[in-house]
Design a protein around this ligand. Structure first.
Ligand code: PH2
Ligand code: MG
Ligand code: MG
Length: 148
């Protein structure tokens, strides 16, 4: 079993219901969930505020299979990919970390490439485990302190 961390975000429709449904669909693998926090949009600014969270999962799946499962849950919850990159979405599930693995393959980059620049990712991760180490970058709480 490996421990992986998932980033959750929503800024369309009932955001809280979307996050809760996603966690429900991810099922028994979920071992911890951060609080849900409202965040200002990053990247593409002219869009509604997000509700963001992070979850820890204990999984027997390989990273690619975790990613496929996340995309499947996004589709089950009505996510479409016809909008702008970084634009509004009903649900976004990102594979942030997978143990201490470093992966750079088409469609699958772990740790998540923008993780260290994003307060809406680092804060919930630090809430779950301040000592969590991002391979190559260090502790999440140190990354967060650097950002603030
Ligand atoms: N996701 C994005 C782009 N910008 N901003 C916030 N606050 N939260 C997000 O989850 C988010 C974002 C692309 O995935
Ligand atoms: Mg994302
Ligand atoms: Mg995504």
């Amino acid at each position: 079993m490996a421990r992986a961390y998932i980033g959750l975000g929503s800024n369309l429709g009932d955001r809280e219901a979307a996050l809760r449904s996603a966690l429900e669909l991810l099922g028994d693998d979920v071992v911890a969930v951060s609080s849900f926090r409202e965040t200002d949009p990053i990247g593409y600014l002219d869009q509604p505020r997000f509700l963001n969270a992070a979850a820890a999962v204990e999984t027997a799946l390989e990273p690619r299979a975790v990613l496929d499962r996340l995309l499947e849950v996004e589709r089950e919850l009505g996510r479409t990919r016809d909008g702008a990159r970084f634009g509004p979405r009903t649900i976004d599930l990102d594979l942030l970390l997978y143990g201490d693995r470093v992966i750079d393959e088409p469609g699958l980059v772990v740790p998540h490439p923008r993780l260290a620049d994003r307060r809406f990712v680092l804060e919930p991760l630090a809430e779950l485990d301040p000592d969590l180490v991002v391979p190559g970058l260090g502790r999440v709480s140190d990354l967060l302190a650097r950002l603030l």
